[in-house]
Ligand binder design. Structure first.
Ligand SMILES: Cc1cc2nc3c(=O)[nH]c(=O)nc-3n(C[C@H](O)[C@H](O)[C@H](O)COP(=O)(O)OP(=O)(O)OC[C@H]3O[C@@H](n4cnc5c(N)ncnc54)[C@H](O)[C@@H]3O)c2cc1C
Ligand SMILES: NC(=O)C1=CN([C@@H]2O[C@H](COP(=O)(O)OP(=O)(O)OC[C@H]3O[C@@H](n4cnc5c(N)ncnc54)[C@H](O)[C@@H]3O)[C@@H](O)[C@H]2O)C=CC1
Ligand SMILES: [Co+2]
Ligand SMILES: [K+]
Ligand SMILES: [Mg+2]
Length: 500
């Protein structure tokens, strides 16, 4: 097959004004890359007829495949079909088949110049391809419209993705270029490897495509190196070669998709020899027991973004996915939202976690007791709450893996799989599995409470060569009993909501 060249033009004023973040180009580039095709140009243009016509005209000559997205809706600013027509010296005409589709959809009575029927007006030489619903095998009603080598996608991400996902093989598959990709993660800064990389890039010119991407706030690495080749063997040899050239110990063992691999990673960790794997195993056992006793609808994990419940959540997820591999329902988490200030970084991490694990978030407000009372009312089904409590937490020495709430508290079963874990165990778990955690822990915080009552841990403080006060990451704290040194003692009994 001849070499393919792709461009993508994003059409919409809202993108240029910064009112909408362009996610469509990211989606399309990623999808095409996975099919072995690199998008060579992405442009963003306004909803202007002549602009659209000019861009399409230019790109359709320069590239073998031109994708546009946006501007095919019913409003005045949706003029991509007109622009595409103009690019090829055509005009838009009602398309008999689209007329039928739109009438079926919007009713027979809509006049030809109505907004509804606007979407049936496409360039004269347009061709139509129907996307298929991959679950049902049925065709979606509205087709992808193409004119010559230009494929005109909707802007609404869901619609665009739907059209793209089911059409990609028909339109763009079968390309003879497939990429093999390897990523290396380094703990050192780019500057420290620049010379090595330059030599390496020269040696493999034309065989390996190398990229270097610094990250400033990753908990695990500072630079990602990508190596890409059309040949698997060439790639493997080059990776070995580069590993030898890089500074000793600069390569980090980083798993970029720890969530999908949660069950596998957690269960194989639990099977290893040693004190820590035994604790992982017994945590998993407690969760499995809870899953025997309670259906998933009746159980949730107490999660507030702190490190302990971050580990707990991952254990929960791993155990559930092992027991119900095909489960489509989301796991439930309970968040008791403090009326005191929460760190923005904690909130950010919390939201990202909900997305990452596809969680069903149950939020109640106020103090913990009040929150639990409210939970009884709003979610009467929930009977058990998994918690990341450890015996070294205040007032927790006597807790058992299954401890009903105390007298005077709303009735729940507290499930505590991690009672025997130490501060260091939590960090070993999080870091050996490359799990994301709240970034405040990389800035010297070892235990998180409300903004007003929490500071970085003085035990992690050091001075930079220029005299600036800096803090080492939480996982480097030597003595776990100093975990709460950055916390002011609770001045009020109201302040009982904290992250760990
Ligand atoms: C479901 C539940 C039941 C409780 N039952 C009792 C009780 O019977 N008697 C009693 O004296 N105290 C009870 N508490 C309060 C608890 O003992 C702690 O005082 C409280 O969690 C504050 O935590 P900490 O500082 O010890 O530890 P943390 O380490 O902050 O909390 C331990 C675990 O509780 C969960 N958790 C903590 N805060 C939240 C939050 N805001 N939202 C969701 N989950 C959270 C997390 O799983 C966390 O790992 C309960 C708390 C919860 C969440
Ligand atoms: N059912 C179907 O398959 C089809 C329906 N339609 C109808 O057309 C209209 C949508 O047409 P569009 O071309 O999507 O209109 P549009 O250009 O007005 O975009 C709609 C929205 O999509 C978002 N968007 C656009 N470009 C984006 C980008 N690059 N990244 C992220 N978000 C982006 C923006 O929020 C924008 O408001 C709807 O009314 C829809 O019902 C159109 C085509 C197909
Ligand atoms: Co519109
Ligand atoms: K629009
Ligand atoms: Mg638009």
């Amino acid at each position: 097959m001849a070499k393919v060249h792709f461009s993508h033009t994003v059409i919409g004023d809202e993108i240029l004004k910064g009112q909408t973040l362009d996610t469509n180009s990211h989606f399309i580039s990623k999808e095409l890359y996975s099919l072995g095709v690199k998008v060579e140009r992405i442009s963003v243009i306004s909803d202007d007829l002549q602009n659209i016509a000019d861009e399409i005209s230019k790109f359709s000559k320069e590239f073998t495949h031109v994708i546009t997205s946006g501007g095919i809706g019913p409003t005045h600013d949706d003029i991509t079909f007109e622009g595409a027509a103009r690019a090829f010296g055509e005009s838009v005409k009602p398309h008999p088949e689209l007329l039928r589709v739109c009438k079926q959809y919007f009713g027979e009575d809509k006049p030809l110049d109505s907004p509804q029927m606007k979407m049936a007006h496409v360039p004269e030489s347009a061709t139509l391809t129907y996307p298929m619903n991959e679950k049902t095998g049925e065709m979606y009603p509205y087709p992808l419209v193409s004119i010559h080598n230009v494929h005109i996608f909707p802007g609404i991400p869901k619609l665009m993705e739907r059209a793209f996902a089911s059409l990609k093989n028909v339109l763009f598959g079968g390309s003879d270029v497939a990429f093999h990709l390897h990523e290396l993660y380094l703990s050192v800064k780019e500057l420290e490897v620049a010379d090595v990389l330059n030599e390496f890039v020269q040696k493999y010119e034309g065989i390996i495509n190398v990229g270097s991407y610094p990250e400033w706030s990753n908990s695990y690495f500072s630079v990602k190196i990508t190596l890409e080749s059309n040949s698997k063997d060439d790639l493997e040899n080059a990776v070995l070669d580069l590993k030898q050239r890089l500074p000793m110990d600069s390569i980090v063992d980083f798993e970029k998709d720890p969530i999908t691999k949660a069950s596998q990673a957690v269960y194989s960790l639990a099977e290893q020899e040693g004190d820590f794997p035994v604790k992982v195993q017994s945590a998993v056992n407690v969760i499995e027991e809870a899953l025997e006793k309670y259906p998933l609808t009746d159980i949730c994990a107490g999660f507030n973004g702190g490190k302990d419940c971050t580990a707990l959540l991952h254990l929960f997820y791993a155990a559930v996915k092992r027991k119900y591999p095909d489960l489509e329902n989301s796991l439930q988490i309970l968040y008791i939202e403090s009326t005191h200030g929460t760190f923005p970084d904690v909130e950010k991490f919390f939201k990202a976690s909900v997305k990452r694990y596809n969680l069903e978030q149950v939020t109640v407000k106020g103090r913990i007791k009040e929150g639990l009372l409210e939970l009884k009312k709003t979610h009467p089904k929930i009977k058990a709450v998994l918690m990341g409590t450890r015996k070294s937490d205040p007032y927790s020495e006597t807790l058992q893996p299954f401890s009903p709430t105390d007298p005077g508290w709303p009735e729940f079963m507290r499930v505590n799989p991690m009672l025997d874990w130490s501060y260091h165990d939590v960090w070993t778990f999080l870091r050996s599995l490359s799990l994301p955690y709240c970034r405040l822990y990389d800035k010297g915080y070892t235990s998180l409470g409300s903004v007003a009552s929490t500071t970085p841990n003085p035990a992690l403080r050091y001075l930079s060569p220029s005299g600036d006060v800096l803090y080492r990451p939480a996982y480097t704290l030597r003595d776990g009993t100093h975990e709460r040194t950055g916390r002011k003692p609770s001045t009020s009994s109201l302040d009982n909501n904290k992250q760990d």
